[in-house]
Design a protein around this ligand. Structure first.
Ligand code: PNS
Length: 174
């Protein structure tokens, strides 16, 4: 039994993530998708919200588990000795340097933690959560970027966040 872990922020999950999830789930007996925190980033969705959105879009993937963890990936890997490998998606060479650094840091922290990279499918190479969030904030069309069943939730959350930001900026300027 080969078990892989697919870590990420998933703020929110996109069609790019889903592409990697669907393909990786066919390569391994089980895929554990884990929502983690990059403490240097600010997030729009809470961890329970990100987990819920992942559940909503992965209903057809049978060999998947969705989890979250407030700590280092190397630590999570250590706590779950059944996991064999970390899977990451690579969209472009611009991803490479950062992902390469993370792969080495994870292996340094836990020598058992090997990373394999899966190239993004050509139709998803340009999709990122931050791009999706910008489009959603302005009420743009999300059809090609995130699964239809979560469009409304994403748009509602992001337009509210953007309205609050605009109001705060207005209040600062007054
Ligand atoms: O989707 P992202 O934002 O590229 O995911 C990055 C994430 C959350 C997987 C990464 O920041 C992470 O692993 N965070 C947990 C803390 C950790 O282990 N960092 C890696 C060592 S630098």
């Amino acid at each position: 039994m080969k078990i892989a872990i697919y870590p990420g922020s998933f703020d929110p999950v996109t069609n790019g993530h889903l592409d990697i999830i669907q393909r990786a789930s066919k390569m391994f007996d089980k895929l554990i998708v884990v929502v983690l925190i990059n403490p240097l980033k600010s997030y729009s969705f809470s961890i329970p919200e990100r987990v819920r959105l992942l559940h909503e879009v992965t209903g057809s993937v049978k060999n998947i588990e969705i989890d979250s963890f407030d700590g280092l990936l190397a630590e999570y890997f250590n706590e779950r000795p059944e996991i064999d490998v970390i899977v990451k998606g690579l969209r472009a060479t611009s991803d490479f340097e950062y992902e390469f650094q993370m792969a080495h840091t994870n292996k340094d922290l836990n020598p058992r933690a090997e990373t394999v990279f899966i190239p993004a499918s050509s139709n998803t190479t340009f999709i990122s959560s931050s791009m999706v969030k910008q489009v959603a904030m302005f009420g743009g069309d999300l059809t090609k970027y995130v699964p239809a069943e979560i469009h409304e939730q994403i748009r509602d959350k992001l337009t509210a966040e953007f309205a609050a930001k605009r109001l705060a900026a207005q209040n600062r300027n007054n």
